[in-house]
Write a protein that binds this ligand. Structure first.
Ligand code: LMR
Length: 332
């Protein structure tokens, strides 16, 4: 009698636990909270709690608090963290080199061009390539176009010659810097400020929202609004974790992601504009807007990157992008 009561009590206890069990999603990223990605991940956490009625708790870890660039990808594959939003450049080192197509200089004229790819069949087929790596791609989130900074003015390729530029770990970006005679230095995002401050590197490239929120304007005297290449994100999850979620919860999270993507893409430009205002107001960095001719000259100088690196990302991927956006490196 006593034993059966005990068993009954245990069963009730377990059922209560199962009902109350909350799934925790650790979402790690490397940028500041006050950026397009930082804000969109917080938005997702709120939406996920709302739509799953508290069944899922998303814990967001900003500013490399959990992992640096390369480590976070390994952590996702191992399941120590469930969700990330790495920049598209970060998939090359994982062996999915096609993602480096996004790193080609001047390949997208504007966000409308970019969306033809991220929101079209190429974007979907690139995401599918992550699955054999144990990763499921959920969405593309915008950030923006990159600008170059240094302690000396940058108006032309000649101004970059012999200077060390921090880049993300991408072979296409290495070639981009080499095309203008610079020296590429791959480095984790969290280390850039100090590297600029101590002179380990002379300059860097990033959208202004990253530049400003990492306080790079404190240690870079010049920022040239070159808009020479794109930086944005793929929101990804550990596939086994994702597939193991109850279907209704997964559906609610997909809905939360759809809404968060719309939000991310809506605020990206606004955040970059506000960051630029912040840089200007600080008075610490001189902001230069290249003339049409200067920008065209830079575009020409970097054009050989396209033929040199076509094999790395696959000629077909590249041609499909050219076709969609109308970019023709040979016409320069
Ligand atoms: C970088 O490393 O420069 C970027 O990937 C940072 C980010 O995630 O925006």
């Amino acid at each position: 009698m006593k034993l059966s009561k005990l068993l009954l009590g245990l069963m009730v206890g377990c059922a209560a636990l199962a009902v109350n069990a909350q799934t925790v999603i650790k979402f790690s990223h490397v940028v500041a909270v006050d950026t397009p990605k930082g804000k969109a991940s917080e938005f997702f956490a709120k939406k996920a709690a709302e739509l799953t009625k508290g069944k899922v708790k998303v814990e967001v870890y900003a500013n490399s608090a959990l992992y640096k660039d390369k480590e976070e990808m390994e952590a996702l594959q191992m399941g120590s963290v469930q969700m990330l939003a790495p920049s598209l450049a970060k998939f090359g080192p994982l062996g999915v080199k096609e993602f480096e197509a996004f790193d080609f200089p001047f390949i997208f004229d504007d966000t409308a061009d970019l969306h033809k790819i991220t929101q079209g069949p190429v974007g979907a087929s690139l995401m599918a390539k992550l699955e054999p790596k144990g990763i499921k791609g959920l969405a593309y989130w915008d950030n923006g176009f990159k600008s170059f900074s240094a302690n000396t003015p940058i108006k032309s390729a000649a101004d970059m010659k012999g200077k060390k530029f921090r880049i993300q770990s991408s072979k296409v970006l290495e070639e981009e810097i080499r095309s203008v005679g610079g020296i590429p230095q791959v480095m984790a995002f969290s280390e850039v400020y100090q590297a600029l401050q101590t002179g380990v590197v002379d300059g860097t490239e990033n959208p202004i929202s990253n530049f400003y929120t990492q306080k790079m304007h404190e240690v870079q005297k010049h920022l040239s609004l070159t808009n020479h290449g794109y930086l944005g994100y793929a929101v990804i999850v550990n596939k086994k974790f994702w597939d193991g979620l109850p279907a209704d919860v997964r559906g609610q999270l997909e809905q939360a992601m759809t809404e968060s993507t719309a939000y991310a893409n809506k605020i990206a430009q606004e955040e970059n504009d506000a960051a630029l205002e912040g840089v200007k107001k600080s008075g610490k960095t001189t902001v230069y807007v290249p003339t049409k001719d200067e920008r065209l000259a830079l575009k020409k100088a970097m054009a050989p990157v396209h033929s040199k690196m076509a094999d790395r990302v696959g000629k077909d991927t590249l041609q499909t992008i050219y076709k969609a956006t109308g970019f023709d490196p040979n016409a320069l």
